[in-house]
Write a protein of this length. Structure first.
Length: 201
């Protein structure tokens, strides 16, 4: 039976998206984080298995650009946000990832993101800021769906890449961590599965 541990050199791909208060991971707030765990079926095809997410309380002194809130539509004062501190948000993401690592025999999670450097830089900043122990994620390696979609479909913008892959895109739901993560995860699976069909790998 095919194993996901054998597909990516012992790495478990975990799709992550963050929504933030700006572009600087050292000074700007992390406001939302979501992650999709990817699994492999009996035929060696990838699929999205589980989504975990958290609304995040800005750390003390964090910068939040009003323009970022305009783009994301996040309302910091909304009682529906139920935001948690950064460390608790990380734990919410890390716990199911660690469980999946044990179940699959993978050694480390590798972040998959659309322009993955951005998401990984914020993840690493929060890990450092909270002194978070035993992060399951590789600290610098990542898979970037902007690059993969550029190769597969000639598209680097997430919405266009998703639609080029034959998947649905709803602009009204975009720029929320859960939606963007699940669409990015579906895109990643579509590209890897298509490669399997084309090459037999």
């Amino acid at each position: 039976m095919p194993r996901i541990a054998d597909r990516f050199r012992g790495f478990l791909p975990v799709v992550v998206d963050v929504e933030t208060g700006g572009f600087n991971p050292q000074t700007d707030a992390l406001l939302e984080i979501a992650a999709c765990i990817i699994r492999m079926d009996h035929f060696g095809r990838l699929f999205v298995a589980e989504t975990v997410a958290a609304h995040v309380e800005p750390f003390a002194g964090a910068n939040i650009d009003p323009k970022s809130l305009e783009v994301t539509g996040i309302r910091l004062d909304s009682p529906l946000r139920q935001a948690v501190p950064e460390k608790e948000a990380l734990q919410r993401i890390a716990q199911p990832v660690r469980k999946e690592l044990r179940a699959t025999g993978c050694q480390r999670a590798i972040l998959v993101g659309h322009n993955a450097f951005f998401d990984l830089s914020f993840l690493n900043a929060v890990i450092e800021r909270t002194d978070f122990k035993r992060s399951p994620f590789h600290p610098f390696s990542s898979f970037d769906t902007a690059t993969l979609a550029g190769l597969a479909f000639g598209q680097t913008v997430l919405s266009r890449a998703v639609q080029s892959a034959g998947l649905e895109w709803n602009e009204a739901e975009a720029h929320a961590a859960i939606y963007d993560t699940e669409r990015t995860a579906a895109l990643f699976c579509a590209i890897v599965n298509r490669w399997k069909i084309l090459t037999g790998f």
